[in-house]
Design a protein around this ligand. Sequence first.
Ligand SMILES: Nc1ncnc2c1ncn2[C@@H]1O[C@H](COP(=O)(O)OP(=O)(O)OP(=O)(O)O)[C@@H](O)[C@H]1O
Ligand SMILES: [Mg+2]
Length: 275
Amino acid sequence: MSDHSYKEPLLTLDGVSMKFGDELVLRDISVQVRDVIRPGMSQGQVLGFYGRSGIGKSVLCRIIAGLLAPTAGTVFVGNPARPVITGDVGFVQQRYPLFNHRTLFDNLVVAATRKYPEAEAKEHAAAYLERFGLGQHRKKYPAHLSGGQRQRAAIAQQLLCSEHFIILDEPFSGLDVAMIDEVKKIILEVTTFNDLNTVIIVSHDIAATTALSDTLWLLGYERDAAGHCMPGAVISKQHQYNLAEMGLAWQPGIEASPAFGKLVEELKQEIRNSA
Ligand SMILES: Nc1ncnc2c1ncn2[C@@H]1O[C@H](COP(=O)(O)OP(=O)(O)OP(=O)(O)O)[C@@H](O)[C@H]1O
Ligand SMILES: [Mg+2]
């Protein structure tokens, strides 16, 4: 069992519901991410986020990022907690919004100037390029970067302009095995940059995501007495997994352990059953 404890909440969803016309997509979601503390370590938070296709994961991400106002409820971030506004939470979507007419370095400087004065923004942008192994590509335009390089650039860009929070929607899709390893390594690095850094990974790659996470949320439907799914996806108590308490967080090579394999199978079964 790992040695850890929790401090104040960093992200709180309080009664979040979302309706598009008559379609109730999310129903009364209340969940929380708290600052996890490991003695002698700078340990950020990694939250894995699962659910069947079309259940509302990307909608919930946009709500968490302050890009979409829920029909009910509130998202709070930071300490002291305040309602989220656009820019608090970085959001790396499948199509990364880099400026094509600017070099990689300039793209990162633009992002960093949202948070720092220009000279400082340049220093931070240069430091992130090195940190993400992109230093030698700094003068290239986005069109001349590989898919994986663009992905790293997009993660760096969101980290440079947001306050500790970053959402990665499907970060592993379309990548080769080596690149998946690389993105996993970057996520681990991001979460040890700063104790308050919190990464939310939305993915259908259950094994890769579970291996990186300390918490998992599974979006599903509750059933009524007759066994029919009720409208509006929820994150029930039994679908909030604390991998740290289960002894399955922060362990390199955890994917090879039988307990890990068993959990991944259970999660897949829960997802299959959730619609
Ligand atoms: N702006 C919108 N207007 C109307 N309906 C929407 C809107 N955005 C999303 N939806 C609906 O909300 C539901 C959830 O969509 P969402 O994109 O969150 O699914 P998802 O869980 O991310 O699926 P996937 O795994 O396929 O990416 C879908 O039924 C979708 O059609
Ligand atoms: Mg989606």
